[in-house]
Design a binder for this molecule. Sequence first.
Ligand SMILES: C[S@@+](CC[C@H](N)C(=O)[O-])C[C@H]1O[C@@H](n2cnc3c(N)ncnc32)[C@H](O)[C@@H]1O
Length: 499
Amino acid sequence: MSGGRGLGSRYFCTASRGLEQLLGEEVHRKLAASQVEQVSGKVFFTADADVKTLKSLKCAERLFLLVKKLPPIQMPRHKGKAVHVLQKCVIGESGKWLDVVAKWQTLQEFSKRQRCTSDITGTGIKRPLQQEDSGTWKRPKLELDEPLTTTLDEIPTGQYHLHAVIEGSCQSKVPMQTPPSPDELPNSKSQDAASCIDFRVSCRCSGRIAKVFTSQELGRAIGVALGRQMGWKAELRNPMLEVYVHLSDIHCVVGIPIVRLPLASRDYIKSAGLRSTVAWAMAYLADIKAGSLVLDPMCGLGTILLEAAKEWPNAYYHGIDNTASQLQVASANVCFAKLTNSIDLTRASVTELPLLAESIDVVICDIPFGKKFKISQDTKTIMPNILKEMVRVLSVNGTLVLLLSQELSLDIQHWQKTKSHQTNKGKLDDAQQNADTTPVEPSTHPAEKVDMENMSAAENEQAEVKREVLASLVPTGIFQVSLGVTEASIHRYKKISIT
Ligand SMILES: C[S@@+](CC[C@H](N)C(=O)[O-])C[C@H]1O[C@@H](n2cnc3c(N)ncnc32)[C@H](O)[C@@H]1O
């Protein structure tokens, strides 16, 4: 946790496991955030930024205004009593909710919207034309099957008049069952605004609490209590306000999303491939400089190139793939993102790249694994040749960033160990000849005990390629990341010598 002035609002983002540190760096860099705290799957921070700047975070899955963060809640054994304790802890004071909702309203750029609406009624509510005559205005609902390409602040005028409703003088659609006491509500304006809110609670339980309650059960119980306390109406299909609750063994976190869609759902990507946050993280780790030539030699739908070119527009990007259908979709993606000037695509094989030696500054690649992307030979067998070709086209001091399955990651780390053992063995032989007594740990890995003479010609050739590749690459970091159902590793290398 870094110190800070504590100005601005308190937020948190959810992130794929493994990306918390990079997200922490991103909030520092882009938002000048203070009090940054990273925990598994989340980053908390304080920032004074507008929605546009907040939405520029690329490593985050979702972004929330923090309502509260508590240590894990101690529950009584009795289930009924436990519900009561949880409701009380999660909801707490009404004033806190009103404060956070007021901040949330500000972030939705209310004043800007009011300026933009020319045909506003006396109450500040713009009526859709077809309903004006009847005088009974109703907020049209967004259908759930409508493609969710809009966020609350982007929904076209006439469809969703959230700010007008809240700022106007409308009354609660449901009478409050337990009216809050006046001292619980700081001012009547925010009380009016708050009483017009409809909401839903999205609850996630994990750890011990999930053994007692289902997420739905608790979501419902918290929703009922919150609605009663605040005079808000439950609306499950299309609520104005979403309340996110995560109860785990680490903490109890409550927040309100700033934008309806996850930040990770990029509006510039038409067909999604690799998880956008992971693609962005790979590009970030590659340290792309202005004027750099960046290659993804197994680009698929082009997600890594799109993420990189959006964030680092002053570089040149080249995508290669051997599958025509993948390249077709990649090309449509590049056009959709308006990046035809910076991204080129070519059909070729990663093992025979149509590029000059040392012509590329950065190679970034999501090596296929799993059922979806099988390469003709076993990836493990072909990997030395793939790497050899990538290293050939990479310039000295260039960066190589790879996304690997856990199995491949361990395999490559093992090559490295074997190499250092062999180097050490060489050192030991020299040392023994020179009567130097420096102790070198003998290897215990069975593969290292392989008798070189018993290796087949193919194995020998592979071993030679591995040696050649490793001689020119220095590992500069390994980062574990979660891809949802699977775990993967990002490996980063620097090329130090000509192959
Ligand atoms: C894991 S996918 C890449 C996904 C990509 N990162 C995305 O976001 O869409 C691997 C890609 O490697 C391509 N591929 C498989 N064998 C190849 C080869 N020998 N040369 C070039 N590309 C290859 C596949 O066609 C596939 O598009």
